[in-house]
Design a protein around this ligand. Sequence first.
Ligand code: SF4
Length: 695
Amino acid sequence: WRAIRGEETLVATHCCFCGVQCGMYLRVHDGKVFGVEPRDHDINRMRLCPKGLNAYQQVNHPDRLTAPLLRKSRADDLRPVSWEQALDVTAEHIQRIQAEHGRDAFGMLGGASLFTEKTYLVGKFARVALRTRHVDYNGRLCMVSAAGANKLSFGIDRAANPFADCLLSDCLLIAGSNVGECFPVMTQYLWGARDRGAKLIVVDPRETSIARTADLHVALRPGTDAAFFNAVLHVIVTEGLTDEVFLAGHTTGWDEVRAAAAECPPERAAEICGIPAEQVTQVARMFATANRAMAWHARGIEHHTQGVENCLTVINLCVATGNLGKPGAGYGTITGQGNGQGGREHGQKSDMLPGGRSISDPVHRMQVANIWGIDVEDLPHAGTSMMEMVHQMRRGEIRGLFGMCNNPFVSLPNYAVVKEGYDKLDFHAQCDFFLSETAANAHLVLPVTSWAEDDGVMANAEARVVRHRKAQEPLPGVRTDTWVLCELARRLGVGDKFDYTGSEQVFEELRIASRGTVNDYYGITYARLDETGGIAWPCPSLDHPGTPRLFEDGRTYHADGKVHMQAVRWHPPADPYDDEFPITLTTGRTVAHFLSGNQTRRLGGLVEQTPRPWVEVHPSHGFSNGDAVTVVTRRGAATFPALVTEAIRPDTVFVPYHWPYPVAANELTIDALDPRSKIPEYKVCACRIEAATAV
Ligand code: SF4
């Protein structure tokens, strides 16, 4: 994993920028990362997308933070201080706020781009050092809907099949994923399948690059997915295309699911979704008559107040047709962040403990308390989700916050509310390696390592655990997130529970903490990852090969071994349309940028490719390319240059969300949450568009 070539060293690692986790070499000279090369890892087979090719530039970027920054009051500027002072100040504020307002008055927010070891530490630090119930992370904005649907249906939260199964499939259904821009290297699997004759169906309001290459593109109205997939199931049932043997032997809940689908014939779906009814029938026949079919989905169907239910309707299609547990037949969700999968497995979610355990389950609580060496009575109970925590900040219930690896000023919906919440905090410390918009507003900023300056693991969208390797020493003045948490724990009187020398030691504890759970990492070690190039969990023993494909024995991870099918009925999105706001605003990503853009908006090649946001509008609105167009919603207004295209529905506009105020998509979005997963409804809000004089 480390090779010498002339005067440079090649360090084998993985890209940090999405859930595909492409293998790459970081090129190192004189102890500094200076370049990148693709690696012949079986995930990406030498391919990298623009983000991957530019990722190395952030490691030694001139914008890197190299000293803690502190402001004495809101009116002061951030000024450099020593680490000693920064950590002492943080500990003092934590102790003061908790003494005055209770332990739950101090919260913590983590991130899904952290290595899995660090996500484990975020959860443990919050529960053991802060002893607060308020800990959550930015995966709450990403794919918790899919996680909820997976757990409900299968008792396990991960994709059922590896990417390579696409190549064995006869029909691929892509629901709500702009794969070509968000997960570019994954397209090799889709195109490979298509080249050998598989049918490709794309369901997306926009004609994305992957939609253009599909056999069938269904451009449904945003927020109508559940109606569409229920109608597809309706046709599958009425045309006798279900797999009754599979349903009888391996499922519960089918009668209720079938009854819900019966209420949504193609004509009704056509009216709700704004598509021809024939497309419903075409999708049903294509998918259900394929010998082996797979469905993959992403944020397009997950970012909704009906997010979990949307995912359930896709799962129901796979299950009703017996497409589960076989090569080329199954289901997956494509994680957005680099560690979107691993980041939600080991305890930084408000309702979860390591190993995917429930924080509400007395047995699980006792197990984790024993591992951490604490009294179970001292283990906090479930807290609230990320957006709910912001509302608690606004109300003064949460008065202090420690943030790691997130940028809510750009990534959370309804920016005005988010800013108000953060501005009310008595103390806010933020760890980052660039001064994000959120960090710039904090009282204290702690400079931490980039992904190339520390060791760790991530789990990709296939649940394959891969090894990231330290390619250079941290820049002078920079510390690892692990060191920061250990030092703070020492100041809070629990240093003995955070006595780690590095990532591998944390991983060894995580292995034990996950042992015997569905999310079993016990059989995975750094040494095995070095030997294998990645192992999919569950992996319960050191001689276990890992589990690339689930359910091959016909059993799920529920106690009865069955799929627990869930009936879903469509309901309209949260933000109502009226004469003032008749159009749908939907948001998403673009190929050159990553999430809040804090990293990619600094990288020359990516900025040149995509320097600013835009609004995508249909020609029927009468704008020309480059015209200034203001998008107005019930939360705010922002002006963008128009990109006029027939690739978007006339009743919908699209804005990418990687930029901050005053050109932020999230000034406009609604902070309504899915009641089950608490994911915000980024993909649908009511708006109007107006001509503006200038951008
Ligand atoms: Fe990185 Fe994802 Fe691009 Fe691969 S597809 S290079 S993991 S951003």
